[in-house]
Design a binder for this molecule. Structure first.
Ligand code: CP
Length: 315
């Protein structure tokens, strides 16, 4: 594997999830693969889980890891070609990405959307320029439109904890006070549409995701109806795709509660984290037996390790 930016870079998602679960059983068996190899992690935005779990995964494989918080510690990046750089930007992405590629064998990049211009965000300008100019394999640590390491960890978690061959999985919108990207729900949707699950998306009117990610999903505006007989519930806020990046008024009653869980099949509740308590998800759920959010975050290590292992094997 040379590139991990979406589900489309994976030949067999079930085999990759199974490999992650094998690595969970035996984390250090592949240390020879990463000997004298270096992973560079480039963050243009904050992170707890992605940063720590991907570092841990690389260390388990015997790799060295270098982290650059480019938003705080790097030079201000210029993205446009052919411009006179007489403003605030100091280094062009052509040199920055190419130089990083001289120091590391694999690069991870996190670059969130601006949520102002949909075409710019959905063209993945920053991310694609890193891929174009760095000259080494690239793993997405979350881009403007997708978060594939999170989605793989989510598939690993469902595979590990399911009690039937084809569970019902529901992605349900949750309230928030800030406009959040569509990357996590887009990505979760496109992975679940390829997984062996019955997949439903529930959201208020106006929060339709791009159909590029939801082909094959059942989509409803009725949360109670969606939750009936659910085995897994994935809770996530996202801002509107149209009007792009906006929060629409109302919908506070979409926060999941124990009362709403009564119609489910003892559903396990997932969230990518970080989560705002009692806004996105209630204390009673996060502190109760239904929540698997910490277990899910733990599986980020094995998802990242499975991807890095396949990249190391292709070097
Ligand atoms: N879920 C996730 O990506 O968490 P971080 O933003 O903390 O990395």
């Amino acid at each position: 594997m040379k590139l991990f930016t979406s589900v489309h870079d994976v030949t067999d998602i079930n085999a990759l999830a199974a490999e992650a679960l094998q690595l969970k059983q035996n984390p250090y068996a592949q240390q020879h693969l990463g000997k004298n190899k270096t992973l560079g992690l480039v963050f243009l935005n904050p992170s707890l889980r992605t940063r720590m779990s991907t570092q841990k995964a690389a260390l388990n494989l015997g790799m060295n890891v270098m982290v650059l918080n480019m938003d705080k510690e790097g030079w201000a990046l210029e993205l446009q070609d052919g411009v006179v750089m007489n403003g605030s930007t100091v280094e062009h992405i052509r040199e920055a990405a190419a130089v990083l590629g001289q120091y590391v064998d694999i690069i991870g990049v996190r670059s969130f959307p601006g949520l102002k211009n949909r075409d710019e965000d959905y063209n993945e300008e920053i991310f694609n320029k890193f891929v174009k100019y760095c000259g080494v394999p690239v793993v997405s640590l979350e881009s403007a439109t997708r978060h594939p390491l999170q989605s793989l960890a989510d598939l690993v978690t469902i595979t590990e904890l399911k009690t039937k061959a084809r569970p019902k999985v529901v992605l349900t919108w949750a309230p928030h006070i800030k406009p959040l990207p569509q990357a996590v729900p887009n990505s979760f949707a496109e992975w679940m549409c390829k997984a062996d699950v019955d997949f439903t998306i529930a959201h208020p009117k106006g929060y339709e995701l791009s159909t590029d990610f939801t082909d094959g999903a059942t989509i409803t505006h009725n949360q109670d109806e969606a939750l009936a007989d659910a085995d897994f519930i994935y809770v996530k806020n996202w801002s509107a795709f149209e009007p792009y990046g906006k929060i629409l008024p109302g919908n506070e009653d979409w926060m999941l509660t124990n009362e709403k869980l009564k119609v489910t099949n003892h559903a396990k509740v997932m969230h990518c984290l970080p989560v705002r308590r009692n806004l996105e998800l209630s204390d009673e759920i996060l502190d109760g037996p239904s929540s698997i959010v910490v277990h899910e975050a733990g599986n980020r290590v094995w998802a990242a390790q499975a991807v890095l292992k396949q990249m190391l094997e292709s070097l």
